[in-house]
Design a protein around this ligand. Structure first.
Ligand code: ZN
Length: 558
């Protein structure tokens, strides 16, 4: 008999690994195709000790101290690895009024009025998550906010973080009036007739107001991060990749690591921007974390452009009824020089790129970096984040250059209102190349999935639904939006597990279930592979295991 298991899960179906290995670039370390017969898994010392059948597991791996969990036919699969999330930012906004999914001015105002009434002594009224489509013309104004908060400053962040909405008191506090010049990295939206600021602030112009908002204390931020990590455990997320960590905030993560509060594995991306910290400074700051089992730092994050809704994403051709092609954040030569140096020194890069020109700029930078550093280890795994539109010619470049397509499927939620603003800005032809994960995958590219929370919720099942069905959570449109981009459920699961682990250089340890790998896995309350794509919405996580420890167990399993 083997040594007994700490944890033995029986009565499920084990989704071992990834589909056709021929599609995985660089011959990365993946197991055999999905196995339909394994129903049990044994875990010992934080690792997967065995995968097989119930009878064998109960006979060989159980002793009186083994925690035996009956999975009731649920799928046993790798834990979700959210490859693009903002845990700290989301945590700091946990207690703000959430305007996400509110689709009319009246419902937005009512929610804000409720927040103001609930805490009349709060110096500010703060909110998050508003949708462009909630407002006629796609943008709110300060009068709409003054109508519900007149006695103190109020600031509401848009769901995507690229646009802010301030009331008159907040504009006054920030000293914004018709004479105020736009900052270099943003726009104060003005009334076309009067020239007065409307209360809408794009990109960096938000900082004019945001810097007056009292910052949360370190203790409050850590408390909110701990609450968020508990929520991630319940959602089945066993690893996260934090998409923007200012150098001074690395210490928050070290604190969570030191106190044992990290029940998700975290990998941090540090800002890469002109005038920002140097690579020497970063190597001093996080050199000891590189490759860490629970806390890792090896990514540099840059922005190639903005977003389509605000017409700041960088497009190859102008926006509809516009001469502007958006707003590249870098000139190509500067980005290329940064990228070549970071690549030479062994950093992984991730570049936010939403417009087709932004995506091309990022691919070009990676291609030139590789050409500039022929002696470097070719296993680079640089990434592009979002990829909301793409020129057809650039689709095969992901596989060819070994660039990971890091996408957040729920951004493609095809609600009519939201799609109207997004698609209306770029027109039908380019909207027909929206979120092309199916094409990138077919061309051999590696997908990594995530949420971009707090932009949208981190619930993996709404993301899987968007990836597989290309439908809203209530099933619209019939047949899916751009159905040729739909993924199989197993491919979508693989992107959320193996693909994201690959993007974190952790596929040798996790992201697939195999003997010897980290015991980072979930048991779902059903078998979505057997029940089909329509079963994804409504699925929940029954058990979450990270490093062999049970961090979430539903009532049904206890
Ligand atoms: Zn993000």
């Amino acid at each position: 008999m083997s040594d007994p298991a700490d944890l033995l899960i029986v009565g499920g179906r084990v989704f071992v690994a990834y589909g056709p290995t021929a599609l995985v670039p660089h011959g990365s370390n993946v197991g055999p195709p999905p196995v339909g017969t394994a129903s049990a898994i044994a875990i010992r010392d934080g690792r997967i000790a065995w995968i097989g059948r119930d009878d064998e597991g109960l006979r060989e791996w159980r002793n009186p101290t083994t925690d035996v969990v009956e999975a009731h036919g649920g799928l046993i699969t790798a834990g979700f690895d959210d490859a693009h999330i903002h845990v700290r930012e989301g945590a700091d906004e946990l207690d703000r009024v959430d305007l996400f999914r509110l689709e009319s001015v009246e419902t937005v105002q009512a929610a804000i009025a409720g927040q103001a009434a609930a805490d009349p002594d709060a110096p500010w009224v703060l909110g998050k998550g508003w949708l462009y489509a909630a407002f006629p013309g796609g943008l709110p104004d300060s009068a709409l906010l003054d109508a519900v908060v007149a006695d103190r400053p109020a600031f509401m962040g848009c769901f995507d973080g690229h646009t802010g909405w301030a009331n008159t008191a907040a504009l006054r506090l920030a000293g914004i009036d018709r004479e105020t010049r736009d900052p270099a990295d943003g726009v104060i939206v003005r009334d076309a007739a009067t020239g007065e600021a409307t209360g809408v602030l794009k990109e960096g112009a938000q900082e004019l107001v945001k810097r007056h908002i009292p910052p949360s204390t370190t203790a409050a931020t850590l408390d909110a991060m701990r609450r968020t990590i508990a929520d991630l455990d319940r959602a089945g997320i066993t690893a996260i990749q934090e998409a923007w960590v200012e150098p001074e905030r690395v210490a928050l993560w070290r604190t969570l690591l030191d106190e044992g509060a990290l029940t998700v594995r975290a990998r941090l991306a540090l800002p890469m921007q002109p005038g920002g910290a140097t690579l020497d400074e970063y190597e001093t700051l996080v050199g000891d974390l590189r490759g860490g089992e629970w806390l890792d730092a090896g990514i540099l994050k840059a922005f190639a452009d903005g977003v389509i809704e605000a017409r700041t994403a960088s497009m190859l051709d102008p926006y509809v009824d516009d001469t502007s092609t958006g707003w590249p954040e870098w000139d190509a030569d500067t980005l290329d020089a940064f990228a070549a140096e970071a690549d030479r020194r062994g950093w992984q890069m991730e570049i936010h790129a939403i417009g087709d020109a932004g995506v091309r700029m990022a691919l070009d930078a990676y291609e030139r970096a590789a050409a500039a550093n022929p002696a470097r280890d070719p296993d680079r795994r640089h990434r592009i984040e979002h990829i909301e539109t793409i020129a057809g010619a650039d689709i095969p470049r992901f596989a060819r250059l070994g660039v990971v397509a890091s996408m957040q499927p729920y951004h493609a939620d095809p609600t009519p209102n939201q799609a109207d603003v997004w698609a209306g800005n770029i027109g039908p032809e380019r909207a027909g190349r929206a979120w092309s994960w199916g094409s990138i995958r077919r061309a051999g590219g590696m997908l990594a999935f995530g949420s971009d929370w707090p932009v949208v919720p981190f619930d993996p099942f709404i993301a899987l639904n968007a990836a597989v069905n290309r439908q809203t959570i209530d099933g619209h449109p019939a047949g899916g939006w751009l159905p040729s981009e739909r993924l199989s459920t197993s491919d979508a699961l693989a992107a959320y597990g193996h693909g994201s682990a690959y993007a974190a250089f952790a596929d040798g340890r996790r992201g697939t279930l195999r003997v010897g790998g980290d015991a980072d896995l979930v048991v779902l309350d059903r078998d979505i592979l057997a029940e089909g794509p329509s079963s994804i919405i409504g699925t929940s996580v029954a058990l979450t295991v990270v490093g062999g420890q049970v961090v979430h167990r539903s009532e049904a399993l206890s």
